[in-house]
Design a protein around this ligand. Structure first.
Ligand code: NAD
Length: 374
C-alpha cells in the first residue's frame, strides 16, 4: 500500500507529513512517496524524506500510483477526475464546498476531510482544527504585538511609566485560549467574551477577565462546535462588546460557526471609536470575518486602526504546524490502515464515519447532505 504526499499550492507552506512521521508508516509496511519539494517550505527537503525511507516522485506519478493521497488543500479539478477508487485526505471544508463534494462523489473516490472529525475525547489526538487553531491564536498575538505602536507590558522607567496594553478577545475556543495565554505572557491586560459560559473558568484560570452576556443559546449538545445565537442575544452582546472595543488597544476575534458565515461582532462605528494605532486580528476572516471591514488575506487600515484578515497564520509557522498536522493525520490513518498495511474502512467507527465525506459514489456525511438537500 502506498501513501502519496502532494506539494501544497502557495501561499500554503505546510506539508501533510514530515520525515519524522515516516517511521510509524514504515512499521505498518506502508510505502511513502513525496512529491518533489513538497516539504521545502516547511524546512524539510527531499534528502530528509529519502533518508527516512520515502521515494521522491513527480506529482503525476503520485496521483497515479498512491492508494491514499494526502493534500491539505483541494487538488486541482482535473486531478480529481482520474483518482477513481483512491482515498484523498486533507482539509476540504465540505460545509462550504458541498457542491464540489457532490461533483467529487461522481468520480468514485473516497474523501476524508479532517475538519469534519467529531469532537470527542478519543478524537483529540487527530484534531487538526485544534492543533492549527492553537498556532493561529499564538501568532495572532505576535502579529498584533508587531503592528501595535506601543509596549504590551507595563513599565515604570526613569523616563516615565507605560501602561499595559488592553486586549479584548472574542471567542475563547482553542485559538482564543492560546491567544489569552500568549497575551498574558507578554504582559497585556485581557478581557474575553464567549457565548459558552462553560469557558469562564478556563478564561479566568489564564488570568483574564470574562465578560458575561446572559441568555446565550446552549451549545452543549453541538458536539464541541459553536451554535448560532438569536438576533436578540447578538444585540445585547453587541452593546457590551461596543464598550469593551472602545477601551481596547488590541482585539482578537475568533468567533466561528461551522458551516455558517462568521457572526459580525464589530461594526464600523465600533472601530471608529477605537484609538489611533489600535490593531484587530480577525481569525474568522476565511468565513467572512467578525468585523464589518475585514477583508480575507488583506490588512485594512481604517481611521488608524489596522484590521488584519490573514487566514494563513498557521502557515507562518510551517515546521510546527506540519509537525502537529502530520501527527494528527498519522493518528487518524491508524483507524483506516491495519498493522499489516492494508486499507480497512470501518464505517461503524464514529470517527471514520464522521470524517468521511464521499464514498461509493455518494456523499456519506449527514451534515454535508443536509446542506445539499437544503
Ligand atoms: P470555533 O473556532 O468554532 O469557535 C471559537 C469560539 O468562538 C468558540 O469558543 C465559540 O463558542 C465562540 N463563539 C461563537 N460565536 C460567538 C459569538 N457570537 N460571540 C462570542 N464568541 C462566540 O471553536 P473551537 O476553538 O474549534 O472549539 C470550541 C470548543 O470545542 C473548545 O474550546 C473545546 O471545548 C471544544 N473542542 C473539543 C474537542 C474534542 O473534544 N476533541 C476538540 C476541539 C475543541
Amino acid at each position: 500500500m502506498t501513501i502519496g504526499v502532494l506539494k501544497e499550492p502557495a501561499p500554503e507552506t505546510r506539508v501533510s507529513l514530515l520525515p519524522e512521521h515516516l517511521a510509524t508508516l514504515k512499521k505498518w509496511n506502508v510505502n511513502v512517496c513525496i512529491e518533489s519539494n513538497a516539504g521545502a517550505t516547511a524546512f524539510a527537503n527531499d534528502d530528509k524524506y529519502t533518508e527516512a525511507g520515502a521515494t521522491i516522485q513527480s506529482r503525476a506519478e503520485i496521483l497515479q500510483s498512491s492508494d491514499i493521497i494526502l493534500s491539505i488543500n483541494t487538488p486541482d479539478k482535473s486531478e480529481i477526475e482520474n483518482l477513481q477508487s483512491k482515498i484523498v485526505l486533507g482539509v476540504y471544508q465540505p460545509l462550504f464546498t458541498a457542491q464540489v463534494m457532490k461533483d467529487w462523489a461522481t468520480k468514485g473516490l473516497t474523501v476524508f476531510s479532517m475538519d469534519m472529525l467529531p469532537r470527542t475525547t478519543r478524537a483529540q489526538s487527530m484534531d487538526i482544527l485544534s492543533s492549527q487553531a492553537n498556532i493561529a491564536g499564538y501568532k495572532a498575538v505576535l502579529t498584533a504585538a508587531n503592528l501595535f505602536p506601543k509596549y504590551f507590558p507595563m513599565f515604570m522607567t526613569a523616563a516615565g511609566s507605560v501602561p499595559p496594553a488592553k486586549m479584548l478577545i472574542l471567542g475563547a475556543g482553542v485559538a482564543g485560549l492560546q491567544a489569552i495565554a500568549t497575551a498574558k505572557r507578554l504582559g497585556a491586560v485581557v478581557e474575553v467574551f464567549d457565548t459558552r459560559p462553560a469557558v469562564k473558568e478556563e478564561v479566568m484560570s489564564l488570568g483574564a477577565k470574562f465578560v458575561e452576556v446572559e441568555g446565550a443559546a446552549d451549545a452543549s449538545k453541538a458536539g464541541g462546535y459553536a451554535v448560532e445565537q438569536t438576533a436578540e442575544f447578538l444585540e445585547r452582546q453587541k452593546a457590551k462588546i461596543a464598550e469593551a472595543v472602545a477601551k481596547a488597544d488590541i482585539v482578537i476575534t475568533t468567533a466561528q460557526i461551522p458551516g455558517k458565515k462568521a457572526p459580525v461582532l464589530i461594526t464600523t462605528a465600533m472601530m471608529e471609536a477605537m484609538k489611533n494605532g489600535s490593531v484587530i486580528i480577525d481569525l474568522a476572516a476565511a468565513t467572512g470575518g467578525n468585523t464589518e471591514l475585514t477583508k480575507t488575506d488583506e490588512t485594512v487600515i481604517h481611521n488608524g486602526v489596522s484590521i488584519v484578515g490573514n487566514s494563513y497564520l498557521a502557515s507562518t509557522m510551517p515546521s510546527d504546524a506540519s509537525k502537529l498536522y502530520g501527527k494528527n493525520v498519522l493518528n487518524f490513518l491508524q483507524l483506516i490502515i491495519t498493522k499489516e498495511g492494508a486499507i480497512n474502512l470501518n464505517f461503524e467507527d464514529d470517527l471514520v464515519k464522521g470524517t468521511c465525506v464521499v464514498h461509493g459514489g455518494v456523499i456519506t456525511n449527514d451534515r454535508v447532505n443536509a446542506i445539499i438537500n437544503g
